[in-house]
Design a protein around this ligand. Structure first.
Ligand SMILES: [Zn+2]
Length: 664
């Protein structure tokens, strides 16, 4: 309940994730409810709860005088401003996805960013300022590639771009921001300091200087919420909370981590920097998200319904900020001007950690806690890391949501969405594989973009999905039972009106989630256990990106890949649902030698012993190659020709009869 008053003890640090987190949380709440500690009155003012917007209000921002509420409907397609005195709602902007990261500056003006997808797939972002007093809107930061973000500075507003930065006046004072796993502090004169207060994080988010300018609040993905001093020394480790903001110099408002399981865990909390107060200020069953503070008021949204609520706290807020006078100005970011506009892909290699949301399919019994069986998290990560390397070789920039496979770095979906936005990427790409979960077996690539079938919520998403799916379906090592397809997640899942996939919610980057194949189709699972097969999927994904960004001819090398099977020995498995060539036994341990056009040995590939028959030759100079198959030592059985083409995959599936004699 909103009015409950209790403190959570210091050990309340949500260090583990998801189910464990929520179980602990509920347990601790129950335990701490039994404690009746009466301390100084900190909490929600009785009777102060108000509903400010009835539906479709997300990322609420309250003006510092409490008169104006800024919010965004579900898809970020517009930006609405409500006059809380008159109740009149004005549309500030409705083009270029202006929603989600807009703010009302301490000068009372609305600062927001629009995005525009160019013909070459690059997303350019423009900074705007809207004055509620006059209704006038102007562009204050011209379109640029990469991240552009409005931020509150000590005495003004900054629209922070990678190439150019806008300041609402000359003396905006100091401010903080994050990029990747670096925390940047900018002081009044504009000197930038880069800090890394927490090591091995998957990226920092939501940096903010305390009202007195002495401390910095930030979230380190996979590590939790922290406060550090201006030298990056950690002052407080507050546990797993998201989207924090300062209430005053000693207290913080943040939301709890709902995990990946869409549990009833989203809640707004009051935390003290000294670690003594952990107190929920939203109702337990309300599913409150996206908090923001103005004076003694906290506003937040209710997930799905999009109600915006306001509560008042019974404690002293931060002193109002002093506003710097003078005109706004734009300046170039040092060293950034000459940086070329490379396409930028945010890669999300699915869910991680070998736990309950992972889709584990045992193939051999190796033992308890074994991580070598088929886990979706393993192949997703292998594909993701391969894609990162392939795209970087091709001249792309990338950012990735995880590089290891642990429970800790299995990030909250909203964290992933926020990291993607903060990366300034042109596209968002989530890598998975699929399962029917039933006896029937199928295998085909499925792309899911946010929106209805044929009507993506973010322009460009369907096109990208279709291009990548086309290249995945072209993989001749797989046996496909159905054609590839791309669907809108709202149409595909019957989870309720516009619910869809969590990792696409509040995500306005063009993008989609790829279910590359079905890992519960047994022969496909055996292929996915082979790292070069995962590499091949990533390579084929990259061909889709190349097409999307108009870069089909920008990479020189090609790939030769195929399978080796016995033409007359049937495959035996406990699961006998197999289709077409998958009915034939793969040739474990076969050796493939590849000779270039001059007859020199170029590569050797040894087929593994995991019943997949996969071979892949990566990064080959375009040439006419000779391919030889050996089996049982130095016995050569097949010699064939295959051409590697510039930025393409050439397929060559080979079959050997058990009666075949080796060549001389
Ligand atoms: Zn998955």
């Amino acid at each position: 309940m909103i009015n409950e008053k209790f403190f959570l003890p210091l050990p309340f640090r949500m260090k583990t994730r998801k189910k464990i987190v929520m179980k602990k949380l509920l347990l601790l709440i129950t335990v701490s409810c039994l404690w009746t500690i009466n301390a100084t009155a900190v909490g929600v003012k009785p009777g102060s709860v108000k509903t400010l917007v009835d539906s479709c209000g997300f990322f609420p921002q309250l003006s510092h005088d409490g008169q104006w509420l800024l919010y965004s409907p579900t898809e970020g397609t517009s930006l609405m401003l409500k006059n809380l005195t008159t109740g009149v709602v004005t549309t500030v902007a409705d083009k270029g996805y202006p929603g989600f990261d807009a703010i009302i500056g301490n000068d009372g003006k609305v600062y927001y960013v629009t995005q525009q997808r160019k013909k070459n797939g690059l997303v350019y972002r423009t900074g705007h300022c809207y004055d509620p007093a006059t209704g006038k809107d102007k562009v204050v930061l011209k379109a640029q590639h990469g991240r552009v973000q409005p931020l509150q500075a000590a005495h003004g507003v900054v629209i922070n771009g990678e190439r150019q930065v806008y300041r609402s006046s000359k003396q905006v004072g100091s401010w903080a921001y994050t990029r990747g796993d670096v925390l940047y502090l900018v002081d009044g004169p504009g000197t930038v300091r880069a800090l890394q207060p927490v090591k091995d994080s998957n990226g920092y988010l939501w940096a903010a200087l305390s009202p007195d300018g002495t401390k910095v609040l930030f979230e380190a993905a996979s590590k939790g919420l922290f406060v550090c001093d201006l030298n990056g020394e950690i002052i407080a480790d507050l546990g797993e909370f998201l989207m924090p903001c300062w209430y005053n110099d000693d207290y913080i408002i943040a939301m709890s981590n709902a995990g990946n399981l869409r549990l009833n865990g989203s809640r707004i909390w009051l935390l003290s920097v000294n670690g003594e107060v952990y107190k929920p200020i939203s109702d337990q069953d309300e599913r409150a998200v996206q908090p923001m503070v103005a004076g003694n008021k906290v506003v937040y949204s209710v997930i799905y319904s999009g109600q915006v609520k306001q509560v008042e706290l019974d404690m002293l807020p931060a002193a109002p900020q002093l506003l710097a006078s003078g005109k706004g100005k734009t300046e170039k970011v040092k060293n950034a001007a000459n940086k070329p506009d490379a396409p930028r892909v945010f890669i999300n290699p699915g869910h991680g950690g070998h736990d309950s949301d992972d889709r584990h399919v045992p193939t051999w019994v190796i033992g308890e806690q074994d991580t070598l069986h088929y886990y979706e998290s393993n192949s997703n990560l292998t594909k993701g890391l391969a894609l990162k390397e392939i795209l970087e070789n091709k001249g792309y920039e990338t950012a990735i949501s995880r590089k290891t496979n642990t429970t800790e770095d299995d990030l909250d979906l909203f964290e992933i969405v926020s990291l993607a936005a903060n990366s300034g990427a042109d596209v968002f790409f989530s890598i998975h594989s699929n399962a029917t979960g039933i006896e029937k077996r199928v295998n085909f690539p499925l792309g899911l973009y946010r929106g209805w079938d044929g009507k993506p919520a973010v322009e460009g998403s369907m096109k990208l999905s279709q291009l990548v799916m086309k290249h995945l379906y072209g993989n001749e090592l797989a046996v496909w039972t159905n054609n590839q397809r791309s669907n809108g997640d709202w149409s595909f899942y019957d989870w309720g009106y516009k619910v869809g996939l969590g990792v696409l919610r509040f995500n306005k980057l063009p993008g989609f989630l790829s279910e590359g194949s079905f890992h519960d189709y047994l022969p496909e699972r055996e292929r996915l256990l082979n790292d070069t097969y995962c590499w091949l999927e990533a390579w084929n994904q990259s061909l889709g990106f190349d097409e999307y960004f108009g870069r089909k001819k920008q990479f020189k090398n090609g790939v030769i890949a195929g399978t080796v099977r016995w033409s007359d020995i049937p495959r035996y498995d406990e699961d006998t649902r197999q289709f077409a060539e998958d009915r034939l036994l793969p040739i474990n341990g076969a050796l493939l030698r590849l000779y270039n056009g001059r007859g020199a040995l170029s590569r050797v590939y040894k087929v593994d012993n995991r019943d997949n028959g996969v071979y892949v030759f990566t990064n080959l100079e375009p040439d006419k190659y000779r391919l030889e198959l050996y089996y049982g030592g130095e016995n050569r059985y097949i010699t064939t020709k295959v051409k590697a083409n510039k930025n393409q995959t050439s397929y060559k599936n080979l079959k050997l009869s058990k009666d075949q004699k080796p060549k001389k």
